[in-house]
Ligand binder design. Structure first.
Ligand code: AMP
Length: 279
C-alpha cells in the first residue's frame, strides 16, 4: 500500500492507474478507523480495481466550539487496518497541503444543507462539500463510497456530484453497528461507560419507530415521539429528532413516501447521530 502525502503525487498515481484502464474507488475519512469505515473499503474493493482511502481531519467542517483539536487520531493503527483490508493507497495530506494560507474558494450546497445537522452546525456542510470537491479533484476516482450513518452528508454529496457534473458514481454503505446496536463512530471513544450505555437509546428509539412503521404507523409525530421519549428517558439531550423527505430533506408530517428518520443528541459533551430510512 502506498502512503501518499502530497496532492501532486496522488494525482499522478491516479492518472497512471487511469492510463492502465484501472478503475478507482475512493473512501474519504477522518481516520481513527473502525468497522464502519472498513466496510466502505470492502465496498470500494468489490467494485473497483484500485482503492484509495483518505485520512484528513478537515478543519473547515468543524465549528469554532467543536472538537477539531481533540478529534481522535491513530495513524499507525489506521495504516495497518487499511493495509489488512487491501487498500492500494492511503492519502494522508497535512493541512497546508490541502489549504493554501490564502485559500478563499468554497463549494456550497444551499438547500439540503440547511436542515437537520445544518441547523446546529451552520458551516459544517460547506466545509464537507468543499473538501470533498477538492478530494474528488485530487483522487479523481470512478466511484466514491460514503456511509449512510451520515445520511444527510451522503445525500448532499450525491447532489453535489450531480450538480457539478463529477463523473463519479456515489455508492452508499449501510450503517455498521456495535454488537448492541450503537452506530460505530470515531466519537464513541469520548463516551464514558455510563454514557456509552445510555447512548444505546438512539438505536433503541429508532428500532421502536421501525417496528411501529412495520406495523403500519405513518404519523411523523408518533414515530419521532418514540425516538424522543427513549433518548430523553436515557438522559440524552436532544438536538433534533426529525422525519424528512429523502429527496429534499425537508420536514414531512407522515412517512408516506421515502423518508428519513434522523436523530442527533448529546450524551455528556458528545454529540451522536443516527438514522433510519423508511419506504
Ligand atoms: P468520518 O471518518 O466520520 O468522516 O467518516 C468517513 C465515512 O465513513 C463517511 O462516509 C461516514 O458516513 C462513514 N461511516 C462512519 N461511521 C460509519 C458506520 N458506523 N457505518 C457505516 N459508515 C460509517
Amino acid at each position: 500500500m502506498k502512503i501518499i502525502r502530497t496532492v501532486a503525487e496522488m494525482q499522478q498515481l491516479s492518472e497512471s492507474w487511469r492510463q492502465q484502464q484501472l478503475s478507482i474507488g475512493f473512501v474519504p475519512t477522518m481516520g481513527f478507523l473502525h468497522e464502519g469505515h472498513l466496510s466502505l473499503v470492502d465496498l470500494a474493493n468489490s467494485c473497483c480495481d484500485r482503492t484509495v482511502v483518505s485520512i484528513f481531519i478537515n478543519p473547515t467542517q468543524f465549528g469554532p466550539e467543536e472538537d477539531f483539536d481533540e478529534y481522535p487520531r491513530d495513524l499507525a493503527r489506521d495504516e495497518d487496518l487499511c493495509r489488512q483490508k487491501g487498500a492500494d493507497a492511503l492519502f494522508y495530506p497535512d493541512q497546508r497541503e490541502m489549504y493554501a494560507a490564502d485559500f478563499s474558494t468554497w463549494v456550497q450546497e444551499i438547500n439540503l444543507s440547511k436542515s437537520l445537522c445544518g441547523r446546529s452546525r451552520p458551516t459544517h456542510f460547506r466545509g464537507v462539500t468543499t473538501v470533498v470537491t477538492k478530494l474528488f479533484n485530487i483522487v479523481n476516482p470512478h466511484v466514491a463510497v460514503f456511509g449512510s450513518k451520515d445520511a444527510q452528508q451522503a445525500l448532499i454529496i450525491q447532489r453535489l456530484t450531480r450538480d457539478l457534473n463529477f463523473p463519479i458514481r456515489i455508492v452508499l454503505g449501510p450503517i455498521v453497528r456495535e454488537a448492541d446496536g450503537l452506530a460505530m463512530s470515531s466519537r464513541n471513544r469520548y463516551l464514558n461507560p455510563d454514557q456509552r450505555k445510555r447512548a444505546l437509546a438512539l438505536y433503541d428509539g429508532l428500532q421502536k419507530a421501525a417496528e411501529a412503521y412495520e406495523q403500519g404507523e405513518r404519523q411523523g409525530e408518533v414515530l419521532k415521539g418514540l425516538v424522543r421519549d427513549r433518548v430523553q428517558e436515557a438522559g440524552g439531550i436532544i438536538d433534533y429528532v426529525e422525519l424528512v423527505s429523502q429527496d429534499t430533506l425537508s420536514e414531512v408530517s407522515a412517512a408516506d413516501g421515502p423518508v428519513l428518520l434522523a436523530v442527533a443528541a448529546f450524551f455528556g459533551e458528545t454529540r451522536l447521530i443516527d438514522n433510519c430510512f423508511f419506504g
